[in-house]
Design a protein around this ligand. Structure first.
Ligand SMILES: [Zn+2]
Length: 139
């Protein structure tokens, strides 16, 4: 163990998945990130996108973004350390749906300050695969 603070938490084959599922990372979001499995539900995709922020997999984040709303590129804040994901609610988003929403709160620390990001995200299925569309305006 280095005494230096790592820029990001190390995720190894034996680490529990950052999304909080309790599964090892390779059996959970790692499978999605590496293209071995596809997220079957909108919530699963949301979890894998959260984990992609943790492991800084911008390629995965862009691949799972709807082409009409996808940014040209993505710069992650290197000092931002994601510390946990809370799923607050979902609508639709199952294998039988083509649309779904996931309401969540993602926790992080930035420059020593704990904070969180709340979002009610919309997901759609494109060619059978769930992708992130956009965020619903706050109500
Ligand atoms: Zn996971």
């Amino acid at each position: 163990m280095s005494k230096n603070k790592p820029r990001r938490p190390a995720v190894t084959p034996t680490t529990p998945c950052p999304c909080g599922s309790g599964e090892p990372y390779p059996d959970c979001c790692g499978g999605c990130h590496q293209g071995r499995t596809a997220a079957a539900t909108a919530e699963r995709l949301m979890r894998s996108r959260y984990s992609a922020f943790v492991v800084a997999d911008t390629g995965y984040l862009l691949r799972t973004w709807h082409p009409t709303t996808r940014p040209g590129g993505l710069d992650l804040e290197p000092a931002q350390r994601w510390t946990g994901l809370e799923i607050l609610g979902t609508t639709g988003g199952s294998a039988f749906h083509t649309e779904g929403t996931v309401e969540f709160r993602a926790h992080y620390t930035l420059h020593g300050q704990a904070d969180s990001q709340y979002e009610h995200s919309r997901f759609v299925r494109e060619n059978g695969l769930w992708v992130y569309l956009d965020a619903l305006p706050p109500t």
